[in-house]
Write a protein that binds this ligand. Structure first.
Ligand code: COA
Length: 257
């Protein structure tokens, strides 16, 4: 097993197990990640996910370079396919996913965090895309998701220099929303996931789709997409529950219907 899953009410914590190899990405790990994504996508009681790495050295050190050294060309191509599918699957989950970047997030490790919806980072962590220093380019979406997140100038600065940045700078750049001391990271990520788990699930799902689907579109097309994605919220029981709760001055309880 390379990915452990712990459930606490409506929140799951997915932990990459591979401390000795700094939680680097193996084919087996990508397979397990994909299987859990497929399970989670159909689990309506699951409201938020925290993704993190075991130990305190690494979130994920990217592709497992030892496994990679044993691969032929077809093996590497297969790895990239599996990586793309696993990261795309994470991004497409109906639930919000919080990356708790507890240590180094490098190469595919940072790309994994970029496929999550929100990122909290340990002050002690280092993150970066070192690929051009290794004779390759980011192959898990880094050249595409990073400029969408930070803008072209900042993404080029990070990718072309292969520079690693600490937790505080990652926040300044917009790579993560908050940096906290490592000792507090797990609790902060859990608190954030619990907050998300109390919000309206259909609305969260539709908001994710509107943002992710609209970011590359011309404004008018994006507004059309938003309009289309608004409708299921309008038709949901949760919207009525929110109005009732407001009138009764009580917190809403959302059933995800
Ligand atoms: N794949 C496979 N094994 C890895 C790895 C990777 N990506 N990154 C680290 N490891 C292994 C090391 O080989 C070492 O194994 P060993 O004990 O059998 O020698 C072990 O993890 C510990 O590595 P070490 O460098 O001593 O750990 P650290 O905690 O001091 O530093 C990192 C952790 C992640 C900062 C550092 O290992 C690193 O920079 N790794 C390379 C990351 C990288 O370039 N990834 C991009 C791939 S495109």
């Amino acid at each position: 097993m390379e990915l452990s899953v712990e459930r606490d009410g409506a929140v799951e914590r997915w932990t990459i197990l591979g401390e000795a190899r700094r939680n680097s990405l193996t084919m087996a790990l990508l397979g397990e990640l994909r299987a859990h994504e497929l399970r989670a996508a159909g689990d309506r009681a699951l409201r938020a996910i925290v993704l993190t790495g075991a130990g305190d050295r690494a979130f994920c050190a990217g592709a497992d370079l030892k496994e990679r050294a044993r691969m032929d060309g077809a093996g590497v191509a297969g790895f990239h396919r599996a990586l793309r599918e696993a990261l795309g699957g994470l991004e497409a989950l109906p639930q919000p996913v919080v990356a708790a970047i507890n240590g180094a997030a490098l190469g595919g490790g940072l790309e994994l965090a970029l496929a999550c919806d929100l990122r909290l980072v340990a002050e002690e962590a280092e993150v970066g895309l070192p690929e051009v220093g290794l004779g390759i380019i980011p192959g898990g979406g880094g050249t595409q998701r990073l400029p969408r997140l930070l803008g072209v100038a900042r993404a080029k600065e990070l990718i072309l220099t292969a520079r690693r940045v600490g937790g505080a700078e990652a926040c300044t750049l917009g790579l993560a929303s908050r940096a906290v001391p490592r000792a507090r990271l797990a609790a902060e990520a859990q608190a954030l996931a619990e907050r998300l788990s109390r919000l309206a699930p259909i609305a969260l799902r539709q908001a994710k789709r509107a943002i992710d689907g609209g970011v590359g579109l011309p404004l008018e097309d994006g507004l059309e997409l938003e309009h289309r994605l608004y409708r299921p919220c309008l038709e949901s029981r949760d919207r009525l529950e929110a109005l009732d709760a407001f009138a009764a001055r009580r917190p809403p309880i959302f059933g995800g219907e």
